[in-house]
Design a protein around this ligand. Structure first.
Ligand code: PHE
Length: 354
């Protein structure tokens, strides 16, 4: 066997014997590195006679091509082996759903669906969408809403305070601070609503530490309680898709509204099931009232204005409308629950107000 054929054999044998990426790379350097065996052979070609040069050059090129073809194949093989070894050692969560081709199986969470419905209805009733931050300062969450320090209403809210020793920042306990942010724009008439997350340090059958509210605020020169009543009745009838819904406005107390009321709707509760619209029991669904003059004063509004505000719990609205009995399931992240109570993203039948 001539020198070149021998070289070919040893090169290919060497590749076969490689077991890891490092030795494979060493091999590449050994033959084709700067001072590699074949690199030197190629360099010394120039010293040969024309015919010999042609013949040996051809053979060397063949070795080179074969080498790199085999080299790439071997590299891939080793990489696959490494991944397989890794997979053997690591736990794979086989319960994770596959992401391929099942877009149509995915579901919209009832909270998202309910917010979309509320956005659509309040939008159709002429309010515009506003947002506020989840992390609020004391002024927007309390003081400006006529809840001074040491006011018992602060305890009522089970506030999550942020920071070590100050009450400067809180996780907002309601969406009402968005009222203040909207009023500060000083642009009237003002007609806004603001859905979003709210937080209270409370967790039991009917409370989760994070929940959702939607706030509404309408301010102009001659807004009165009749406007408030008309508006909320209209909203509820649209939301529950029931023109005959009956209401009860009950006097209540909120520091930032005067007078204040809570609204109940008529319903039937039998064997743990609630049906809205008939029966003779009352269920509270929202808080509301006329904007307290102190609130206007706190944001420096001197014009003679009046307005109404309301706030509702979105989980509660969703549970009532869609007959979901247990609040805690909303945030369990259980796919079986979502498959049952979730909505298809193509189902916009409830969003036809626009
Ligand atoms: N912020 C009140 C709450 O969380 C609800 C409310 C909003 C009441 C606006 C009156 C007006 O309970």
């Amino acid at each position: 066997m001539d020198r070149i054929s021998q070289l070919t054999h040893s090169v290919l044998d060497d590749i076969d014997n490689c077991r890891d990426l490092e030795s494979l790379e060493n091999l590449r350097v050994k033959y084709f590195g700067k001072n590699g065996v074949i690199t030197s052979e190629l360099k010394s070609l120039s010293t040969l006679e024309k015919e010999e040069k042609k013949e040996i050059g051809k053979k060397l090129n063949l070795i080179k091509n074969t080498f790199f073809e085999k080299f790439e194949k071997k590299k891939k093989n080793i990489e696959v082996l490494i991944i397989n070894e890794k997979l053997k050692e690591e736990d794979v969560d086989v319960s994770l759903p596959s992401r391929e081709n099942n877009y149509f199986d995915s579901k919209i969470h009832p909270i998202t669906q309910t917010i979309n419905e509320i956005v659509s209805i309040l939008g159709a009733l002429g309010l515009t969408y506003e947002e506020g931050p989840d992390i609020e300062d004391d002024f927007h969450n309390f003081t400006a809403l006529n809840i001074p320090e040491n006011h018992p209403a602060r305890q009522m809210h089970d506030t999550f305070y942020l920071g070590k020793n100050s009450n400067d920042y809180v996780l907002r306990t309601h969406t009402s601070p968005v009222q203040i942010r909207a009023l500060k724009k000083n642009d009237f008439p003002l007609k806004i609503f603001a859905p979003g997350r709210t937080y209270r340090c409370d967790s039991d059958l009917t409370h989760t530490p994070m929940f959702h509210q939607v706030e509404g605020l309408v301010v102009d020169e001659n807004i009165n309680f009749a406007n408030l009543k008309w508006f909320l009745e209209k909203f509820c009838r649209m939301f529950f898709d029931n023109e005959n819904l009956e209401f009860r406005f009950r006097p209540s107390y909120f520091p930032f509204t005067e007078p204040s009321a809570e609204v109940d709707i008529k319903c039937k509760i039998s064997s743990g099931k609630i049906s809205i619209g008939d029966g003779n029991q009352w269920l509270e669904i929202l808080g509301c009232g006329m904007v307290h003059p102190n609130v206007f004063a706190k944001v420096g509004i001197e014009r003679k204005l009046s307005g109404f505000a309301f706030g509702m719990g979105i989980e509660r609205l969703a549970m009532l409308k869609y007959g979901m009995p247990d609040l805690r399931n909303f945030y369990d992240g259980d796919l079986r629950w979502l498959n049952h109570y979730g909505f298809s993203f193509l189902d916009n039948s409830d969003l036809s107000w626009k």
